[in-house]
Design a protein around this ligand. Structure first.
Ligand code: HEC
Length: 116
């Protein structure tokens, strides 16, 4: 009996994980289950920023190394930032090969929060 409960639990866990990465972006958290899973493996924009972006943009977005744009003053919308990060622009390198779409979106969102 105990065994049945355990395997049921495992099955529920596997079901909760499967498909969540695909549906998470389209169903904006209608199911509590999907939300919990999405939160668990959602890319951390701040972490990605500190890993890939500080060398040019600095910790607060205003360093401007290699002519990097001051992200505190950027007026770009989220989709436009995603495009710049994905494809690069002039001296900025493209991150398409380094980050997946979810990570690019997460780091783009993080740059919107960089304020003095
Ligand atoms: C090699 C240095 C370098 C790195 C690394 C870099 N950037 Fe940039 N970034 C630039 C430069 C230079 C520009 C300005 C491009 C231009 O003049 O067209 C820029 C522009 C931008 C813009 C557009 C701002 C605007 O308002 O036009 C965004 C958004 C941005 N970077 C985000 C990021 C993020 C997020 C990362 C990390 C994933 C990153 N950058 C990493 C150099 C860099």
């Amino acid at each position: 009996m105990k065994k049945t409960i355990v395997s049921l639990g495992i099955a529920a866990f596997i079901m909760a994980c499967g498909g969540s990465s695909e549906s998470a972006s389209t169903t904006s958290g209608s199911s509590a289950n999907a939300q919990a899973v999405a939160a668990a493996d959602k890319p951390d924009g701040e972490k990605i920023y500190k890993q890939y972006c500080v060398t040019c943009h600095g910790l607060y977005g205003d360093m401007g190394a290699s002519g990097a744009f001051n992200l505190q003053e950027s007026k770009l919308k989220l989709e436009e930032r995603v495009a710049v990060i994905t494809n690069g622009r002039n001296a900025m390198t493209a991150f398409e090969a380094l980050l997946d779409a979810d990570e690019i979106k997460a780091v783009a969102k993080y740059t919107m929060k960089l304020k003095p």
